[in-house]
Write a protein that binds this ligand. Structure first.
Ligand code: DGL
Length: 356
């Protein structure tokens, strides 16, 4: 029995309205750009049993996104392969190039959020750098994984889904650069990799900002230190980063490293001291000599938690040294580099360490 014209028109109308509803929904979806840099989240192992033995930085961003069709439920996602490297090999040049790309995308009206996929080894340094120099309140989320996608119970897919979901959420705006790992939403400033072979690797002594579960954010605190739009630093005004290195404190400490960095022309030296940033007696004069040459000395601690008290273990006022506050040495290095693009004054440097 032929189908009547009116019925055909009714069916076509229903199809058109369904399609246009889907098109409207798609068009209304936030646009999240995924900037891929490599790491384990792009890693591949020889077998599913290889959860810790694998090659990082192998899978291209297109394949990462194609392997997660669920992303289309939370955002319109586009990808760019910025680098394809293991993050222990990040350099200042990589940091600058990535931050410039993030900043440019954040300025685009058609971009609502940005995700950076990254190796976990130096993820905390990149996240803090972006937190300091990208002047945008749009969500910027850095994400990695502890296991390659080829492994049993791989964590990368859910971490990436969470990152895109957080980056697509309006309530993620204005909280500084975020890190999503293991269902938690961490502050890019506070978080560090604290365990080297477990999926719950990323911790902050001040706790996560919240959690993300099935695409919904649950917030429990907000950052109090200056970041992004509140920052006095701007990647658009930074063409190069000064040399800042780190020496580690330990029993039987000597001055070889301190003197070598002085000769190499560092602009600041972070001293990762024992306890509350203690400096061995035999190393004090070498650090004072560096300061006399105009090198800034930043007293941090090799002890992961707590914060370094000014004038406690050392007379910082007398020596004109700076204390790293609660920042771990690797983060103190990032802040010292950024701060030195603006000032060479140690009192200004200390203010910056209190505020960021
Ligand atoms: N090579 C390490 C890196 O790229 C692998 C660690 C990881 O990404 O989880 O940071």
């Amino acid at each position: 029995m032929p189908i009547s014209k009116p019925f055909q028109r009714w069916v076509a109308g229903c199809l058109l309205s369904a399609l246009s509803a889907a098109a409207i929904a798609q068009a209304a979806q936030p646009h999240v750009v995924v900037l891929a840099t490599g790491g384990t989240i792009a890693g591949a192992g020889a077998s599913a049993a290889n959860s810790a033995t694998y090659a990082a930085a192998k899978v291209p961003v297109e394949k990462l996104l194609a392997g997660l069709p669920e992303l289309s439920q939370v955002a319109k996602v586009t990808g760019e392969q910025v680098f394809q490297i293991a993050s222990e090999s990040f350099t200042n040049a990589h940091l600058l190039q990535l931050a410039q790309r993030v900043s440019a995308l954040a300025k685009q009206a058609d971009v609502d959020g940005i995700v950076v996929t990254h190796g976990t080894d130096t993820l905390e340094e990149t996240a803090y750098f972006l937190n300091l120099v990208v002047r945008s309140s749009k969500p910027i989320v850095v994400v990695g994984s502890m296991r390659p996608g080829t492994a049993l119970s791989a964590d990368g897919a859910l971490n990436l889904y969470d990152a895109v979901s957080v980056a697509a959420s309006k309530d993620s705006a204005g909280k500084g650069v975020l890190v999503t790992m293991n269902d938690e939403i961490q502050s890019g400033r506070d978080v560090s990799k604290t365990i080297n072979i477990k999926t719950e690797a990323f911790k902050s002594q001040w706790g996560p900002l919240g959690m993300v579960v099935e695409g919904k954010n649950y917030w429990f605190r907000a950052p109090v230190k200056r970041h992004t739009t509140q920052s006095e630093f701007n990647i658009d005004e930074i063409q190069a980063l000064p040399a800042v290195d780190i020496v580690y404190g330990y029993g039987n400490m000597n001055t070889t490293g301190i003197e070598a960095y002085g000769k190499a022309g560092v602009k600041a030296l972070v001293h990762a001291g024992t306890g509350n940033g203690s400096v061995a007696a035999q190393a004090v004069d070498a650090l004072k000599a560096l300061r006399a040459q105009g090198v800034q000395v930043v007293r941090a601690a090799r002890v992961p938690d707590g914060f370094v008290l000014r004038n406690a273990e050392q007379p910082d006022d007398k020596y004109d040294w700076v204390v790293a506050h609660d920042l771990r040495p690797q983060k103190a290095r990032i802040l010292a580099m950024v701060a030195l693009t603006k000032t060479r004054d140690s009192k200004e440097l200390q203010r910056i360490f209190w505020e960021y």
